[in-house]
Design a protein around this ligand. Structure first.
Ligand SMILES: [Zn+2]
Length: 328
């Protein structure tokens, strides 16, 4: 068993991805496999998975690699599965682990046909569209037995920002369980489709995304594990530690609130180097595409700008207002 990628650059080539996927689907984890591929269920020792009384137990989803190129989720899932298999992870309740988009993970691509994390509102699943089919399967799992909470692990392409991302309805969860000082609170009307955490909300689950840092940052597994530890402790599923040192306490949260989605067109590019938090001045063009320049009447701040916009991408980041919250 390979060790988790702690302290080294997190970059998995296609052979390493296939190796990881093969291990997750090997004999060791066979007893935990759900009928939906890429989904494993772990129940604390002594609790029968067929026992109806488990409805009363805490039940969490931890999801990784919804965007296939973002390897941190899959790497952390393997770590959690090893611990859970050895009886060293959960003492109480049930944990569902989900590798979000297996086909895109194996291909080292963000998605195959469309962004899975904007596809959860689709009502008809075209069998030829990888992500339409995948969202339907995950959606029915969420619907059939909603968990109390969904933690969705991601990483970013620009800068090395760790960011907690959530719809307005989950603000209280983010303040309670987030270990990072940068928050992105979005309005659902500023998303080009339904996200996994929006779908989780529909069924009553609390939910948030943790952007764990840059795709290849060695810190991303630590940021992910810090949040998983806090979540498991909060729901009293374990008292064990997953990381040696907790992340530093956050005293001030900088919260970006979406005011507008940046909608790209052919040839889209930013006109200067940007990253999360970059200031956009009023009346100064900040991006250009085949339809012309992007200009705002009001100053704004950028959230997760896309450095490389693909033809099927529906957003290139968001414009935001900014507020600061002192944590007590
Ligand atoms: Zn992502």
């Amino acid at each position: 068993m390979k060790p988790i990628f702690l302290g080294v650059v997190l970059r998995l080539d296609k052979d390493e991805r296939l190796g990881l996927w093969t291990r997750l689907n090997g004999a060791m984890f066979q007893p935990y496999k759900d009928t939906v591929e890429g989904v494993w269920r772990f129940v604390s020792h002594g609790q029968d998975t067929s026992d109806l009384s488990r409805e009363d137990l805490p039940h969490l989803w931890i999801v990784g690699s919804v965007h296939g190129n973002e390897a941190v989720g899959a790497v952390v899932l393997e770590r959690l599965m090893m611990l859970a298999h050895r009886g060293e992870l959960i003492e109480h309740g049930e944990l569902t682990l989900v590798l979000g988009n297996p086909a895109a993970f194996l291909a080292d691509q963000r998605y195959i046909d469309r962004d899975l994390n904007r596809a959860f509102g689709l009502t008809s699943a075209s069998p030829s569209n990888v992500e339409a089919v995948r969202q339907a399967k995950l959606h029915s799992l969420l619907q059939s037995r909603p968990p109390q909470f969904v933690l969705d692990l991601h990483s970013v392409s620009s800068g090395d920002h760790g960011i907690i991302v959530y719809p307005r309805e989950s603000s209280i969860w983010a303040e309670r369980l987030g270990c990072l000082g940068t928050h992105f609170c979005y309005s659902k009307e500023h998303m080009a489709g339904e996200t996994l955490i929006d779908a989780a909300h529909r069924y009553g689950a609390g939910a948030m995304v943790v952007e764990c840092g840059h795709h290849h940052s060695p810190n991303t597994p630590i940021v992910a594990l810090a949040h998983i530890q806090k979540l498991l402790h909060y729901f009293k599923m374990t008292s064990k530690a997953l990381i040696d040192e907790p992340l530093p306490q956050v005293s001030i949260i900088t919260r970006y609130r979406s005011t507008k989605m940046i909608r790209p067109y052919r040839g889209f590019k930013f006109l200067f180097p940007v990253e999360t938090g970059s200031a956009i001045e009023a009346h100064v063009p900040y991006a250009i595409d085949a339809r012309g320049e992007h200009v705002e009447d009001q100053p704004a701040w950028l959230m997760m700008p896309s450095l490389e916009v693909k033809p099927h991408d529906q957003d290139a980041g968001w414009l935001c207002s900014l507020e600061q919250i002192t944590q007590v």
